[in-house]
Design a protein around this ligand. Structure first.
Ligand code: SAM
Length: 278
């Protein structure tokens, strides 16, 4: 049976280029091109869009993105062994795939992409959360990207979309939902990957809002949520004590009972508290 793009099946690509998966690079490959095209489609209409892909590996998702019509894909890959396989894809899609060899944590987005672009990636689990936090914390908002379509371990995906009073609610949910719409669009079993990881995975779609959902200073919000969730079972009057002797009054002024715990407080109230403290 032919592939979606006439290029060889990914198993053959991996064999030909001896791309034995390396655990330390978080290499769990997607080999089903129909699945990678489906993930690409969950990023919305890609025609006329530039896309950043982190960690293309043998190129399954890259091929999905190109087959779904992305105008140009910039793919940054740390593992030099994948470069010849990616060069074959670039040759099949002239002028539409630029491959950068390097570490995504050191990539200067503005140097390689024109805003607005989409970011789509099956992220290496070891740097996935760190990359997400960086993309959500640029110096100015709106960011250079318009949406993020990212594969994470399911537990991390649940932390991103979590609501108050639920198990996974915390700083990541607040950071993501303050300036984005965030939802899980797909879940995948371990067997979807080669090699199969131990846990399930999920694709999260984050769409940048034009401005934060509620006004407040980013630094202050970060500081109070760090303090509040570092001791998530403690009462806020106690976990936020270092903010000053009048913390009870400040909490009460924005409608938060000083005896409440961090996990009970929604984004709007945390933003109100950040404004009161600033
Ligand atoms: N996109 C491919 C797929 O879906 O089959 C591979 C995904 S695999 C989970 C993660 C990829 O990220 C690997 O190819 C790995 O070499 C690459 N990688 C790991 N750390 C990286 C980093 N810091 N910067 C760029 N790429 C990285």
């Amino acid at each position: 049976m032919g592939t979606i793009d006439g290029l060889p099946p990914l198993r053959e690509v991996i064999r030909a280029h001896e791309l034995v998966a390396k655990k330390q690079l978080g290499q769990n490959f997607l080999l089903d091109l129909n699945l990678t095209a489906k993930i690409a489609r969950s990023a919305g209409d890609l025609t006329g869009c530039d896309v950043l892909e982190v960690g293309p590996g043998p190129g399954g998702l890259t091929r999905g993105l190109l087959a779904e019509g992305a105008r140009r894909v910039v793919a940054v890959e740390k593992d030099a062994r994948a470069l010849p396989a990616l060069a074959e894809i670039a040759a099949a899609y002239p002028g539409r795939l630029a491959v950068l060899h390097g570490d995504a944590l050191e990539l200067d987005l503005a140097a390689h992409l024109v805003s607005p672009f989409k970011i789509v990636a099956n992220l290496p689990y070891n740097v996935g959360t760190e990359l997400l936090i960086r993309w959500l914390s640029p110096p100015a908002w709106p960011p250079l990207w318009s949406s993020l379509t990212l594969m994470f371990q399911k537990e991390v995906a649940e932390r991103i979309v979590a609501k108050p009073r639920t198990e996974h609610y915390g700083r990541l949910a607040l950071l993501a939902q303050w300036r984005c719409d965030a939802r899980i669009v797909m879940t995948l079993p371990p067997e979807a990957f080669t090699p199969a990881p131990k846990v399930h995975s999920a694709v999260v779609q984050l769409t940048a809002l034009p401005q934060p959902r509620f006004p407040c200073d980013f630094g202050v919000l970060q500081r109070i949520t760090a303090m509040a969730f570092n001791q998530r079972r403690k009462m806020l009057r106690s976990s936020l004590k270092a903010l000053g002797p009048d913390i009870d009054a400040k909490l009460e002024a924005v409608g938060i009972p000083p005896t409440a715990r961090a996990e009970e407080i929604g984004l709007e109230q945390f933003c109100a508290l950040a404004r009161a403290i600033a």
